[in-house]
Design a protein around this ligand. Structure first.
Ligand code: GCV
Length: 673
């Protein structure tokens, strides 16, 4: 039965989640002193007036200063004063002050951004669809209809406000699998309209570009980056872009990857391609983000490719090129070791790319809080310049100070009322912004803030903390590991079902399919054991890591067990640290993952009286589904691998409830049920 509770005298009113973590609270009157009227500061003043939760009738001052301890758009705040070197700093300080009023964190101190550019990558197509989007259609593009309506502008402004509130300052408006038509004058007109709305919130727009645009849009015969006509075409197009969007951020390029055109089609290198664009963008202060997501069907180990292609190019890129590297060497899997390209280059700027949309972690059907995964990556030590050379420090300019540094996240935003499909997926958008601003924040702290802002209520008693905040935070913190456990534990990867990337598919290997697109290529299960041998006697991918990591990963005894089957092919009876054999450990982990989700259902049901009915039911329904799907993952993988291990599932564990044949014949699990 649904319980609508009375809490602190307030009824838990239904909420649709559209307000995100910026839910309107009853404000206190406040006087705001601002140095000058202008679009950015007017927003700060409005936010303070409409959301002030501090003492009533206070005067709060926004002050532009010049202070070397405050970097770029950083700020200093105290209870009644916000100081910054820039107007945007004052806006970010405003959001921080208001946030702390709600979370109860001390309102004092300086805060500086970790990365200069904190960017969302939207994989939105001009027809309005979103590649790997699970929250409805694009907020930016509608099929062929380029008219800009008042409701478009309203939505874009809400989007900009949410981003600015967590410090995000860039948006790539379209898919990296870029349509050449994106650079048409008509589409640029719409990009300009978006940029105009985003600008006062400090957000620069960028576009993904198709390397063959000079041919496919411009009608030239070639897209060779050294060809004079091609260069002239890009110059003219870039000039047009800047005439419409004077603060345009630059281009994002996926080249010679998964069928996309690139400089290698003309015998040129990635550096040749990136530099051609970089030279053209330079006078406008634009940058090129060149993706290192490359692999080749011919290579014996896909995980090695990005490093093999890009490391020799170190020092050959212009200073306004940033190489954009996915967190892991394969592709946003539930767990990967960090990509060895972090820590490989000394003269090239490298930026992390995280995936906020849950392509491999349950789409918007599953509650999976991703910040622990990103924290794990950012804190991984690359040992590039000795101990302490974390991924965060080799990308934020602390170790090699390049001209530009940046971080990107593939957005999970669509037209769904709650923006992200699952209410808890909002936490991933929020967390990306917070980590991009401060990569030293813990994922737990971010979860704590997000829950308070998203579900907190005025007048909540101490009960709220012990019965809602803490258990829900624990659930979020456990959720990524649970997903790893019920889908790909111990370093298994890429064993999801084909195409939709949701649910198990370790068996999927149609004849004539590229092997590196099939799961058996990655798990290598056979009667002798399971796992991909990337040791020195295997593919030798371990050699791409600095010591001591190379040796640590190379020996099964010292390899962290979470990455064991990533680096090793081991017999089914290999002895694990727990004392169990590998097969039994695998069974225990799959079972553990499933039970963790069952636990989430209990946590959420117990929290019912603290949540409005609309969001409660939405999440409850999805957790049911997550449990069912985790069961399918567990049964599918274990029953499939059991054909090779020829061992029983330990008898103390729950037995499978599905047959393998049934799972293999099921309709895709991602179909809405
Ligand atoms: C945008 C994976 C995804 C693709 C995506 C690609 C990329 O392969 O499945 O949808 O394409 O990564 O990051 O370029």
């Amino acid at each position: 039965m649904l319980v609508l509770s009375l809490l602190g005298g307030l009824i838990a009113e239904a909420e649709d989640g559209h307000q995100l973590w910026l839910r309107k609270q009853k404000e206190q009157p406040v006087t705001v002193l601002s140095p000058l009227p202008n679009p950015v500061l007017d927003i700060a003043v409005k936010e303070l007036k409409e959301n002030w939760q501090g003492e009533a009738n206070t005067t709060v001052k926004l002050e532009l200063i010049s202070d070397k301890r405050i970097k770029t758009d950083g700020f200093r705040i105290s209870r009644q004063l916000i100081q910054a070197n820039t107007q945007l700093g004052l806006l970010y300080g405003t959001y921080e002050l208001l946030r702390r009023q709600q979370t109860g964190d001390p309102i004092v101190g300086i805060s500086n951004p970790a990365y200069q550019r904190r960017i969302l990558n939207h994989w939105d197509n001009p027809n309005g669809s979103i590649e790997r989007g699970y929250a409805g259609k694009s907020i930016f593009w509608r099929n062929k209809d380029l008219t800009v309506t008042a409701s478009d502008r309203k939505l874009w402004e809400e989007y900009a406000r949410a981003n600015a509130s967590v410090g995000i300052n860039g948006s790539v408006l379209n898919n990296v699998n870029a349509s050449p038509g994106m650079l048409s004058t008509e589409n640029l007109g719409r990009a300009k309209a978006i940029a105009d709305v985003l600008r006062p919130y400090g957000i620069q727009v960028y576009l993904s570009v198709n390397f063959a645009s000079p041919v496919r849009l411009g009608g030239l015969k070639s897209a060779d980056p050294l060809n004079a006509d091609v260069i002239a075409w890009w110059k003219k197009k870039t000039k047009e872009v800047y005439s419409m969007i004077p603060d345009f951020g630059g281009f994002l390029v996926k080249a010679n990857s998964e069928g996309q055109p690139g400089p290698q089609d003309f015998g040129r290198t990635h550096a040749d391609g990136a530099n051609m664009m970089a030279d053209i963008l330079k006078p406008y202060k634009g940058i090129v983000m060149w993706r290192a997501f490359v692999y080749d069907a011919k290579d014996k180990d896909r995980a090695r490719l990005a490093y093999t292609e890009f490391k020799p190019l170190d020092g050959k890129f212009r200073d306004n090129v940033i190489v954009q590297v996915k967190n892991g060497p394969i592709d946003f899997q539930p767990r990967e070791p960090f990509s060895p390209l972090f820590g490989a280059m000394k003269k090239t700027a490298v930026m992390p790319e995280f995936q906020i949309t849950q392509e491999y972690l349950g789409h918007s059907y599953q509650l999976v809080y991703l910040a622990p995964m990103w924290e794990e990556c950012l804190k991984s030590d690359t040992y590039q310049e000795g101990k302490g050379s974390t991924v965060a420090r080799v990308t934020d300019g602390s170790i090699f100070a390049g001209k530009y540094n940046a971080i990107a996240g593939v957005a999970n935003i669509g037209l769904d009322t709650n923006w992200t499909g699952h209410h808890f997926a909002q936490a991933n958008w929020y967390a990306f912004g917070r980590l991009a601003w401060d990569h030293q924040l813990s994922s737990e702290k971010i979860a704590d803030e997000w829950i308070k802002l998203t579900f907190g209520r005025a007048g909540a008693g101490p009960d709220w903390k012990s019965k809602f905040l803490n258990p829900v935070k624990d659930m979020m913190m456990e959720s990524r590991e649970a997903c790893v456990n019920y889908s790909m534990p111990l370093g298994l990867h890429h064993i999801f079902s084909a195409d939709d990337h949701y649910g198990p598919g370790p068996w999927w290997a149609p004849e004539n399919m590229r092997p590196d697109w099939t799961p058996p290529y990655y798990h290598q299960a056979d009667s002798t054991g399971i796992g991909f041998d990337r040791t020195k006697t295997g593919s030798n991918a371990v050699s791409q890591y600095h010591e001591p990591l190379c040796s640590r990963f190379n020996a099964a005894e010292t390899c962290p067990e979470v990455y064991l089957l990533w680096f090793h092919h081991l017999p089914w009876d290999y002895k694990m640290k727990s004392g169990k054999i590998l097969w039994d450990e695998l069974c225990y982990l799959y079972d553990k993952g499933l039970n963790e989700v069952r636990g989430f259902q209990k946590t959420w049901d117990k929290a019912e009286e603290y949540v409005d009915a609309e969001r409660f039911l939405h999440v409850q329904r999805r957790l049911k589904r997550q449990t069912r799907d985790a069961q399918v993952y567990k049964d599918g993988c274990l029953l499939y691998f059991q054909q090779f291990s020829r061992r029983p599932i330990p008898f103390e564990l729950e037995r499978p409830v599905y047959n393998l044949d049934f799972i293999r014949s099921m309709k895709p699990l991602s179909i809405n049920r």
